[in-house]
Structures are given as C-alpha cells and as structure tokens.
Design a protein around this ligand. Structure first.
Ligand code: NAG
Ligand code: NAG
Ligand code: NAG
Ligand code: NAG
Ligand code: NAG
Ligand code: NAG
Length: 736
C-alpha cells in the first residue's frame, strides 16, 4: 500500500506496503469457518444518484435475495452482508463459508468471489525539485472545481494546510457527505469505513492521511519544518483544489471490503481524481483485487486513480498496483538529503541518516548489545543507561529506548532514507559499522557524539528509493509498471497531533508537520500533478492524463540507478509543468481495456457483467489481439532468453497541442545496440487540427542473449518544441 514505509531494519514509521495474510476470519456458531469475501458483480444498473436513506434500495434487495438463495444453514443474508456496493459498483461483501463461496461463484451475474485481503500503508522542496515552482502557471477558477478523493487514514482537519481561507463553496455537482466530521470549503467530504460499521470518525490518528492529502492539495503554509529540519514553506500540487476524505486504513491495516466501499462512494460522490497510497506486496488478478475493480469503475466515469507502487523491493515483493487503467508511482529521492553524524572519540566522523531533532548528544560511551540484537526481548533486563547502543541487526529504536540508552546507532538496509526515531539515532551502513568496531577494539573507553540532523545537497538525485517495489508487472507482463517516479524520500508534509512524530507511543514529541518516506509519499505527488493537468483540461479521460504525465516524465539516469532501468523507475521523474502541455496523448477508453482483457484470457461472459453491456464481445480466439495493442504510452515485450522475436506496437496519438496544425517526427533513442532493432512507421505525423488522431506502428525485433535480462530504448515524437517520449523495454525477467 502506499502506506507508510516499513523498512526492514527500522520497521517503523514509513508507511508500508505489505500484502496482508490476515483475512478477517471468524468461526460461526455452527462451527464453520467464515471469512469476508467480496462478491463482485460488475456494472451497477440501478440508478442511485445519492445515498438511499433508510430502507432497502433495489440493488440491496437483489444482493440479499441472491445470498439468501444459497444460504441453507437457516441464517439470513441480513446477518452476513458487511457492505452492499450499490452506487457505482455492483456487488457485496459478506461473511461466507468456503462452500457458500463455491456456490456463489457459479451464479449468473457474478464476475468473481474472492477473499477480502488486508493491505497496508507504505516541502515541500519536493515540488521545487520537480521544476514546479509555487508561481507555476495555474488555472485558478477550474483548479477550485477539481475534487481529489483520498483513500487513506483520514485527515487532521485543523492543520493550516487544510484552511479554506478564500475558497468558495464546493462545486455544485458535488454529491458527497461529511459524516461524523465538520467539513469546510477545502475538505468538502469525509467518510470512514471499518468492516461495515457506522458512526466512526474520519479524523486521522496515524498521520499518514494528513501527510498525503496535504501533498496533493495542501494550501501554501510558510515557515514550517520539523523542529527546523527541512524548513521552508509547505504546499500541495494543487493548493486550490478540494479534498474528499475516505478513511479506509486503521492503525496500519486497510481491508479490501472497506476499500471497495470507498471507491463505490467516491465515484458516485463525484471526485475527479483518486489518490491511493495503499497496496500489497504482490499484485492480485484484476477482478480479485478491490483497488483494480474500484479504479476500473472510476475510469469508466472519467476518474483517474493514482496509486503507490509499493514498498517491498527489499523483501522480494513486486509492484503492487498494476492495472493499465491506474497510474502506479515509484518513489525517488530529491536533492535534499537529511544526514546525522556520529563523531567518534578519535575525531572520526561517520555520516549517516536520520531525522534527529534532539539536541546534540555529547561523548556518550559506545556499547554493543549483550547478544547482538536490539530487539526489545533480547535486551530485556539489561540496562544501557546513558550509553549509545550499537544495533548491528537493525531496530526501530524501541529496544534501545526501553533499555534506557541515551542514543543508538543502527545498521540499516535502507541507507537512502532518514527515519524519525524516539531517541537520538543515526542509521549507518555495514561498512561504517565495521569502522566503528575497529575503533572500539583499539580503544579502552570508546565514546561517540550524535549530532542533530542537517540537510545537505544531494547532487545525484533523482535516484529511485531502495524500498520502492519494482517491475516487471506480474499480472500483465506487457504493461510497464511502475509508470513513473516521484519524490518519496524524506518528505515534509502535514501531520496529526494524535500521533507522535516517530510513531512510537512512548515518544512524547508531537508536531504539525513531519518527515516520512514511502511510495505512499510519491503517489500524492503524481495525484497532485494529475489534478493540475485536469484543472487545465477538465474533459480529458484518465488515460489522456496518464499519458501526459508519462510521456513528459524526465528520463532518469540508468547508470546512477539500480539495475532494471525502467522496470524500477518507469518512464522517469514526474514533470508536472510539462504534463500540462504534452502535445500528443495516447487515449484509451473502456472498450480498449476490454479488448486487452480479452487478449489476456478473460471471456465475454465475465466482461459483459463487468461492463453491464451485452454489446461487449471478445473477438473469436485467434483474432483476439495482444496486450501490445493497447494504446499505452509505454511499450514492453517479455521475451524468452536467446529466442528471436518481432513484436508490433500499434499506437494512435491524439493531437492536443495548440494551435493544432503541427508536424511531429519520430526519433529513436537507443535501440540500435546489438540486441534489439526498433523501427517506427510512419516517422512523420502531420496534424491539421486539434483532437485529430493519427496512427503509427513501432516494430521491435531482436533477441536477448542468456544473462542479459533487460534492454531499453525510446521513441520520441517532437514538433520541435514538445517531446513526447515512450520508453520501450524488452526483458526476460521471470514473471511466474
Ligand atoms: C518497533 O519494533 C518492535 C519490535 O520489533 C515492535 O513491537 C513495535 O511495534 C515497533 N514500533 C513501531 C512504532 O513500529
Ligand atoms: C456519528 O454521526 C451520527 C449521525 O450524525 C451520530 O448518530 C453518531 O452518534 C456519531 N458517532 C460518533 C461516534 O460521534
Ligand atoms: C539475549 O540475552 C538475554 C539475556 O541473557 C536472553 O534472555 C535472551 O533470550 C537472549 N536473546 C537472544 C535472541 O538470544
Ligand atoms: C574486533 O575484535 C573482535 C574480537 O577480538 C574481532 O572478532 C573483530 O574481528 C574485531 N573487529 C574489527 C573490525 O577489528
Ligand atoms: C468464462 O470464465 C469463467 C471464469 O474463468 C468461467 O467460469 C466460465 O465458464 C467462462 N465462460 C465461458 C463461456 O467460457
Ligand atoms: C535470429 O536472428 C539473427 C539476426 O537476424 C539471425 O542471424 C538468426 O539466424 C536468427 N535465429 C533464428 C533461430 O531464427
């Protein structure tokens, strides 16, 4: 999930992104084990423009009838249904036995029945770093018309980032509601979802949701920082846009049935863009995945979903939000690095990371844990009072804090991230730890000083974060995911006073702004940029907005980034200002995605239920096309090692660049190397008017020798001013 990143070693504060193994299970009175399943029935035929108040709607009655038909243990649907999805999506969530699940799966009109999984979550310098300054050109009246739906941990309403000073009333078409929450003209909707319960507050007790919401659409707030660290002004991508809050995560868990309920409402309420910093460690098939289903129905109503790629690169996970109708965002660094220093008694300085806002800790004795581990259990009964405890196996600071340590030095698998700890701390690499050990070995009373954090200039940026989940896309290997990268390391944004800055309940430091990291923080940058594009082009489809963001992304340097190139960082780094005027876009609508799903093996029966249209028919087998045919702004071929291949990517560009008459010519970057050849035909597209569509085909052929897993190139269309860039990736990475 775009949750707070939970790093391996630090396992603490970063919003994290793990696939839950916990399914909400319970043992019924009859002894049969039941768990919550989502029964997905596709398109919602009933027109229910606003919420029904009291009584059953026709859709709800149909869900009850369907479920009652298969319950044969004397229980009634009333006691089993957790949610009826009835506003935008058709289906329900209910507690079922395995046998009941099987019966329902075969029923007409049911697309899929799948267990509801649990997902987790994974200054404002970041926008300036993207070349998107505060005085960027804005479309002010229409920016105020854009409503962004945040599926997250709720929001802290009193943050200055969510002030409604000078904002008029919500757009007239808005159908949302504020339940157990006082809205203003900035936060115009707020709802909370927890396994079907009513009356819960959408107020943010974790911090994650306030952080992401303010990154998307926070007002400009001067003079903020975390105790002087990362000081500056805070602002979101679209300070004039509105926020609608859908609280689906509670203390780090987010249930699938709650997520789908939030999508159902958000679409019907009338949001324009959805931000989803939530996900799993691995992707699930499209119609067994609440976010893929929800974002599909959002796409049909013209709403783009922007999602985090995931935080599981270091734990062997893969990019989690992979549907072609949603944007998937990797996390990368900015030019600001937060460093903390440990100075040894011999004067040697070790430069590590951390957000250390404690005063300098002077010359404290260095100590190693008795049996090598800083886990609270291992340290039980030992005292390190006044000492700096060295933690070779990682720690989130809880163990050292409980053992009375004055500070801690932690070997961390994520050297690129600065975490907030509940005591003075520095995270270091294994090599730096060896240097400290050598000093301790030679010294009778080894001591160290931990300095407060300073910001330094990071000239290597952008580099993708060590934790950011990478491709290939395990569900559709022919679609590049993640799509692009955005800042997700050491991001300062709004926080809630209900959670300590380190997330550790023994920490009594609270702040209005906090620094956290994760693809959770990258996603809202892309959401903000999508809302920015939407404010200039209210009529653009989700695919057009995605295309604008992807084809204008700034290429990243493969030499400075870990192996895997575009499979790690997508098309490159988000460039909001360029995305406003992309020149050409690759559009795709529901029918295009349906054709792709046919090519991937879904059949007409399933897809008719999804779309609600009898006109939905997959081509006869043999003519069903290929994933490569989807009009996607990037091109991927998954090749067999050592085998020659030829693949064609037909594409149609829509001219959206004023004034309208323009000639674009194609340039191929790379792709002349020993392994692949790229050809574009035609190489010239002459447009005579806006919205005109012209087609071309990219042909890629070659073979990747054994041991060479990855090669990339790009086709760039240019009218002399604008650059419309589509990366081409050929890889042989195992996708089983
Ligand atoms: C820190 O780690 C300990 C032990 O691994 C764990 O019990 C605790 O929940 C973690 N604290 C936070 C704030 O993540
Ligand atoms: C939530 O709002 C409902 C309706 O206004 C109210 O009945 C309920 O008491 C509220 N719940 C809480 C926890 O405040
Ligand atoms: C570490 O040492 C303590 C104290 O001797 C002991 O109780 C604990 O079980 C040890 N833990 C591990 C992981 O070895
Ligand atoms: C420090 O001393 C220990 C025990 O004598 C030894 O095992 C270790 O290799 C030494 N480490 C360094 C970095 O010198
Ligand atoms: C369509 O796919 C579903 C799910 O795989 C399967 O149950 C059904 O039999 C298929 N229908 C046809 C007509 O092939
Ligand atoms: C693969 O392509 C190369 C270069 O075009 C050619 O020399 C070779 O014979 C081809 N191999 C096969 C098995 O077709």
């Amino acid at each position: 999930m775009g949750t707070v990143l939970k790093p391996l070693a630090v396992s603490l504060l970063l919003a994290v992104f793990l696939l839950g193994t916990l399914d909400a299970s319970e043992i019924g009175s009859d002894g049969d084990e039941k768990q919550v399943y989502i029964v997905y029935m596709g398109h919602q035929h009933q027109h229910e423009p606003s919420e029904s108040t009291g009584g059953f709607s026709a859709a709800e009655a149909a869900h009850h009838k369907l479920l009652n038909q298969i319950l044969d243990d004397g229980s009634s649907a009333l006691g089993r249904i957790v949610y009826s999805y009835k506003r935008s999506i058709n289906g329900f969530a209910a507690r079922l036995t395995e046998q009941e699940r099987r019966k329902l799966s075969g029923t007409e009109g049911v697309v899929s029945v799948f267990p509801s999984r649990t997902y987790q979550l994974q200054t404002t310098r970041s926008w300036d770093f993207l070349g998107f300054p505060r005085n960027a050109r804005r479309s002010l009246p229409t920016e105020g018309e854009v409503i962004v739906g945040m599926l997250d941990t709720g929001v802290w309403p009193d943050s200055p980032s969510f002030s409604d000073d000078g904002l008029g009333p919500p757009p007239g078409r808005w159908k949302g509601a504020c339940l157990n929450f006082t809205c203003n003209n900035k936060i115009i909707g707020a709802r909370a979802y927890r396994q079907g319960r009513a009356g819960l507050s959408p107020v943010d007790t974790a911090g994650h949701g306030s952080h992401t919401a303010s990154t998307v659409a926070g007002r400009v707030v001067e003079g903020v920082g975390l105790a002087g660290v990362a000081a500056g002004s805070a602002r979101g991508g679209v300070p004039g846009a509105r926020l609608a809050i859908y609280k689906v995560c509670w203390d780090d868990f987010c249930a699938g049935e709650d997520i789908l309920a939030a999508f159902d409402d958000a679409i019907a309420d009338g949001v324009d863009v959805i931000s989803f910093s939530i996900g799993g460690k691995l992707p699930a098939p499209y119609f067994e995945n609440a976010a893929a289903i929800g974002s599909f129905h959002a796409m049909r109503r013209g709403v783009l979903t922007s999602a985090s790629a995931g935080n599981s690169a270091l734990t062997g996970g893969r990019v989690g939000n992979v549907a072609p109708w949603m944007l998937s965002v990797a996390a990368s660094s900015t030019d600001r690095r937060l460093v903390a220093k440990l100075v040894l008694g011999n004067g040697k300085t070790i430069v590590g990371a951390s957000v250390n806002i404690f005063p300098k800790l002077e010359k404290a004795p260095l100590a190693l844990p008795f049996n090598g581990s800083c886990q609270p259990d291992s340290l039980a009964g030992q005292s390190y009072r006044g000492k700096i405890l060295l933690c070779p196996g990682g720690s989130n600071g809880t163990g050292p804090l409980l053992a009375g340590a004055a500070g801690t030095v932690i070997v961390n698998a994520e050297p690129d991230v600065a975490f907030v700890f509940p005591l003075p701390a520095v995270t270091i690499t294994q090599d730096q730890f060896t240097q400290i050990l050598a000093y301790i070995n030679r010294t009778r009373n080894p001591v160290g000083s931990i300095h407060s954090t300073k910001a330094t200039f990071n000239s290597d940026a952008p580099i993708v974060a060590s934790f950011s989940s990478t491709g290939p896309n395990l569900i559709s290997p022919g679609i590049l995911k993640p799509d692009l990268s955005a800042p997700g390391i050491d991001i300062l944004a709004a926080w809630t006073p209900l959670s300590p800055v380190s997330g550790n309940l023994r920490d009594n430091r609270f702040a209005a702004y906090n620094v956290i990291s994760g693809t959770s923080m990258a996603c809202p940058h892309a959401t903000g940029a999508a809302a920015y594009v939407k404010s200039f082009h209210p009529g653009w489809s989700p695919a057009m907005i995605m295309s604008a963001l992807i084809t204008t992304a700034t290429p990243m340097d493969p030499a400075r980034n870990p192996g895997g190139g575009e499979l790690v960082y997508g098309a490159g780094q988000l460039n909001p200002a360029a995305a406003r005027d992309p020149g050409l876009v690759y559009d795709a609508r529901e029918d295009d995605y349906v054709r792709m799903l046919c090519a991937e093996g879904y059949n007409s029966t399933q897809l008719r239920a999804v779309t609600g249209s009898d006109a939905t028919v997959c081509p006869a087998s043999g003519e069903s096309g290929a994933t490569a045919d989807l009009n996607y702004p990037t091109m991927v071929h998954h090749a067999a090692p050592g085998k020659n291949f030829t693949v064609r990517f037909p594409r149609t560009a829509t001219n959206v660049g004023a004034p309208g008459r323009s000639v674009y010519t194609a340039r191929i970057v790379g792709g002349s190397g020993p392994y692949i050849r790229v050809a574009v035909a035609p190489r010239r597209l002459a447009f005579s008017r806006l919205q005109q569509k012209l087609s071309f085909t990219v042909k890629v052929s070659g073979a990747l020798p054994d041991g060479n897993e990855f090669v990339s190139a790009a086709v760039v269309w240019s009218d002399g001013v604008r650059q419309v860039r589509s990366p081409i990736i050929v890889h042989t990475v195992d996708v089983q």
